[in-house]
Design a protein around this ligand. Structure first.
Ligand code: AMP
Length: 193
């Protein structure tokens, strides 16, 4: 992986562990020569991860819609800042430019971005690894819900396995590097009809 898209909160969260982990992820990406692609803001964990990559000499591309450039406060020190018209364009560019996706803790925006990447993978529109950093057990409830979806027959086991998870950044990157996407089967099979 040469470029990774990171989705994360535009807030800092209630515990310092979230900023610490965002900064550690940024440092790790820079040290491994992996470019960061992210939402372009300087607020919340988004700003923290970008600042850390830059501090350790890495490259950062931000993608921000014009209408958010005031609200989310565009980061003015990035290697490259791409301003776009819509949220859809933002996500499409972030997706196109990356070799993998990581979600740190975040709110609705982060969840929406994460699930869009998962649903695109489920539809075989891409085969990039998708990982969540389950620091401080932040994603425990979501992982339980996903298990429940599978148990109740709303999520195929091979699609459940697409979501990689670890509470440790190095381990998460190892899982992502080793990821093999499920065979190119259609999302709806004859068994479903
Ligand atoms: P949040 O996790 O809610 O703090 O938001 C993190 C990022 O997701 C921010 O850059 C938001 O602009 C972005 N975001 C919020 N809502 C959406 C959405 N519907 N689609 C795509 N991105 C979003």
């Amino acid at each position: 992986m040469k470029k990774i898209t990171v989705f994360c909160g535009s807030s800092y969260g209630a515990d310092a562990i979230y900023t610490n982990q965002a900064a550690l992820l940024g440092k790790t990406l820079a040290q491994r020569n992996i470019e960061l692609i992210y939402g372009g803001a300087k607020i919340g964990l988004m700003g923290t991860v970008a600042d850390a990559v830059l501090q350790y000499g890495g490259k950062v591309t931000g993608v921000l819609p014009y209408f958010l450039s005031g609200k989310e406060v565009a980061h003015d020190g990035l290697t490259d800042l791409i301003l776009v018209d819509t949220m859809h364009e933002r996500k499409a560019i972030m997706h196109e430019r990356s070799d993998g996706i990581i979600a740190l803790p975040g709110g609705f925006g982060t969840m929406e971005e994460l699930f869009e990447m998962l649903t695109w993978a489920q539809l075989n529109l891409h085969n990039k690894p998708i990982g969540i950093l389950n620091c401080n057990g932040y994603y425990r409830g979501l992982l339980e819900l996903i298990q429940h979806m599978a148990d109740q027959g709303f999520l195929k086991p091979e699609h459940q396995k697409m979501l990689l998870s670890s509470d440790n950044i190095d381990k998460l990157l190892t899982l992502m590097n080793a990821y093999i996407s499920p065979p190119g089967k259609s999302w709806i099979t004859e068994d479903d009809m």
